[in-house]
Ligand binder design. Structure first.
Ligand code: PM9
Length: 463
């Protein structure tokens, strides 16, 4: 039985709420009309039509009083802003990288990295793909290869550190293609589309020990680095007495560089960066940042944004914050598991993922069960979620065929410091209610399918 008073298992919010935004409920008739007008794509709903908005944890965070105070000391000089110097030093201190290049958000960093580090035809092995990351890798001639451990593709399998890279898969690829044909290894902490699954320190160490002698760089996607560090502290032997900050330092000692979307564990609404140790790579990144983002001292961010992210990065390392953050999500997962709802197990760092294949076994994958389920959940309770399945996976750029991922999921993504446990209860109750009449959910077909990153703007109708 889920016990809301068990503060070790489900810690209370380690903050007081100072500013609030009113949300409203709208009628079921209105929701039915709204989702139809949005082409059954939750991305196309108006925010004001959503009661609890779990579309994403990206840029939807509540900033602290200290971050808001930081916004007031934004130095909006075109070059050499003091907030940039603060951000640069913060990233260097937390992650240990030599060089930092600011970008407007994560995909800005992915664009730069893919341009400077991938030669057309080279392979980019990674622990499962992420939509924008793979887009930039492929747009620059890279060939993405999934080398995550097999268990990550099995939604119901409850094993720790499902985000780990499979060393055998990596070694096989390098043996077959040659180290010189590997652009770099892309290692995401945590793995978003696997369900927010963490990577163990042991795995990071082993990947680095294998790659460094071969001259293969290991570039992290550190978007949810603090959540990953919490899982290591909680579950990996030898880390229980280490602080989150110490764990993060060790994690990144095994990396050659990283891309970051500050909109997640930076606890801000916009921002990002690319970081690395290599001087030559840094030189190239600076050449491109001025073309695509802005001066190397702002990279698409205002001075106030850089101040907020510098402060947010430090706040994400606070042990009490990150424990509450991950365990709040686990609370929602536990409530659903208790009611027999099929979800990705174990519950990861930023979201609970409904397993649409088991939730809607009557809808074949080419009729987009996760897309249909996300739309149905919105109609049921005004809860906005996101498809993370075949629609998000897109098409193979060479063959034009759909990628068919094993995981067909709906992501209930929890913004940081925004919703309370009571909101989690409402979401859980809505999902449980919907599960009772799941047979009513009908499959969908495309009426508009964009070529790039189709999940953002595609439109559907019922079959
Ligand atoms: N993630 C998310 O909702 C927002 C865009 S997709 C709806 O999960 C990783 C692991 C991400 C990520 C964004 C990016 C791109 C890179 N890596 O959105 O460009 O989860 O800041 O970051 C989203 P930006």
């Amino acid at each position: 039985m889920v016990d809301v008073f068990d503060l070790k298992k489900y810690p209370a919010e380690p903050f007081k709420i100072k500013t609030v935004e009113t949300v409203k409920t709208i009628t079921k008739e209105h929701r039915e009309k709204a989702i139809k007008e949005a082409g059954y794509n939750t991305f196309l709903l108006k925010s004001e039509d959503c009661y609890i908005d779990l579309l994403t944890d990206s840029g939807t965070n509540a900033m602290s009083d200290k971050q808001w105070a930081g916004m007031m000391i934004g130095d909006e000089a075109y070059a050499g802003s003091r907030n940039w110097l603060h951000l640069e030093k913060t990233v260097q201190d937390i992650f240990g990288f030599k060089h930092v290049v600011p970008t407007h958000q994560g995909r800005g960093a992915e664009n730069l990295l893919s341009r400077i580090a991938i030669k057309p035809g080279q392979y980019v092995p990674g622990n499962m793909y992420f939509t924008t990351t793979r887009y930039h890798q492929e747009a620059n001639g890279g060939i993405f290869v999934d080398i995550i451990r097999d268990e990550a593709h099995d939604a119901g399998l409850n094993v720790p550190f499902k985000g780990d890279i499979c060393l055998d898969k990596l070694k096989k690829l390098v043996d077959e293609k040659g180290a010189e044909n590997i652009a770099y290894v892309c290692l995401a902490v945590t793995v978003n589309l696997a369900g927010g699954q963490p990577v163990s320190m042991k795995n990071m160490r082993e990947v680095s020990e294998y790659c460094r002698p071969l001259g293969i760089k290991v570039m992290y996607d550190c978007t949810r680095f603090a959540e990953n560090a919490f899982f290591i502290q909680e579950q990996e032997e030898g880390y229980q007495d280490k602080s989150i900050a110490e764990i993060v330092k060790e994690m990144f000692s095994y990396a050659d560089g990283a891309t970051m979307s500050g909109k997640k564990d930076g606890i801000v609404n916009i921002g990002g960066f690319l970081a690395m140790n290599d001087d030559e790579l840094f030189g190239k990144a600076k050449e491109f940042v001025v073309v695509f983002e802005g001066m190397p001292s702002y990279g698409g961010m205002a001075g106030r944004d850089m101040e907020a992210i510098a402060i947010g990065l430090k706040e994400s390392l606070q042990d009490s914050y990150i424990e509450y953050r991950v365990k709040q999500i686990r609370y929602l997962g536990d409530r659903l598991l208790e009611a027999g709802i099929p979800i990705i197990e174990p519950v990861g760092g930023h979201a609970v993922f409904l397993d649409a294949k088991r939730f809607c076994p009557h809808i074949p994958q080419d009729q987009f069960p996760a897309q249909a389920l996300a739309a149905a959940l919105y109609v049921e309770a005004g809860v906005r979620s996101m498809e993370r399945g075949i629609v998000s996976a897109g098409r193979d750029p060479k063959t034009g065929e759909n990628h068919v991922p094993k995981l067909e999921t709906v992501r209930l993504t929890i913004p940081r410091r925004v919703y309370t446990y009571k909101h989690m209860d409402i979401v859980a109750d809505a999902v449980i209610k919907l599960y009772k009449h799941k047979e009513d959910i009908r499959g969908l077909k495309f009426v508009y399918e964009p070529k790039q990153l189709r999940f953002f703007t595609a439109r559907f109708e019922h079959i």
